[in-house]
Write a protein of this length. Structure first.
Length: 289
């Protein structure tokens, strides 16, 4: 590939979050996390599960649906009324991302059956009195509303969801991301964007899909040197010391950091992570933790 074209692809991937749901203004941090998840490769054992918490009309569903369209058949979008059987069938198809809308309104036992796939990337089914374990190479992005109508910026996000006592489930998510409604002074820009959307979204999604698929095809596997991996573990240890009551900061967060770093390296068209990838992910997390 000519050098000029390579540079163009590199610039596009590094700034790709700016093209995610451009008519949904604000929530740039959310878009950056979702962009990273686009480049995570669960078929290489990479896990990066996200929980989005925001009130009605904040745009979280629209943004998730936009990402789902980019994946085009390599992801799935389900609603609160999905059954355990239906979800198992979807998981066994190994979608790269499973979006779940209104996660807080889903039945508890249905939510709980996701634990296995989120942790071990497998799903177990009973057939003829035998248990069959199948691959479920998937990352989960769950969307939910806060208990109150608005998010409390001074309270932990994990305490603002109706399933806050389901510790084992909450701890499977690598990050909980707040989603805020746009300020009213942006409503004029939003209206203009909605009108433009009819003409531009389909073409934009097609171009983004081609870009994501090409990069993931060219860089399916990304490695991390052991000294850099140790720095990740040391940083998570530091976060735990600074936030001892945060239930999301456990050894499980290490896998989230490593997967996100590998995604960032892909976006930079590298098959090996560097310290700049760790710095990038640390900066994103600092804005929430």
């Amino acid at each position: 590939m000519p050098q000029k074209q390579n540079k163009t692809i590199l610039e596009l991937t590094q700034g790709l979050s700016d093209y995610i749901s451009p008519n949904i203004l604000g929530n740039k941090l959310l878009k950056k996390f979702l962009t990273l998840q686009l480049f995570v490769n669960p078929h290489e054992g990479e896990k990066f599960h996200l929980l989005l918490v925001g009130s009605t009309a904040c745009g979280k569903t629209e943004i998730a649906q936009f990402i789902n369209k980019i994946m085009s058949g390599r992801s799935a979008f389900i609603q609160k009324d999905a059954t355990s059987v239906g979800i198992r069938e979807i998981l066994m198809r190994n979608p790269q991302i499973l979006f779940i809308d209104e996660f807080d309104k889903m039945k508890k036992d249905t939510r709980s059956m996701l634990l296995e796939s989120m942790q071990s990337q497998t799903v177990t089914t009973a057939k003829h009195n035998e248990y069959v374990v199948s691959d479920a190479k998937v990352n989960v992005t769950a969307l939910c509303n806060p208990i109150r109508s608005e998010l409390n910026k001074d309270a932990p996000l994990s305490s603002q969801v109706s399933f806050s006592k389901e510790y084992f489930l909450l701890s499977r998510f690598h990050i909980i991301i707040p989603v805020f409604a746009p300020e009213s002074f942006l409503y004029g820009d939003i209206a203009e964007g909605m009108e433009k959307k009819r003409y531009t979204e389909e073409n934009l999604i097609t171009k983004l899909r081609e870009l994501v698929y090409k990069v993931k095809f060219d860089y399916p596997t990304v490695s991390i040197d052991l000294p850099l991996a140790r720095k990740v573990g040391d940083y998570i240890h530091y976060l735990k010391d600074m936030n001892p009551n945060n239930i999301l900061i456990t050894a499980r967060l290490i896998e989230g950091f490593l997967s996100a770093m590998k995604a960032r390296a892909r976006m930079c068209q590298r098959d090996k992570c560097s310290s700049s990838d760790l710095d990038y992910i640390k900066d994103l997390y600092k804005q929430i933790l």
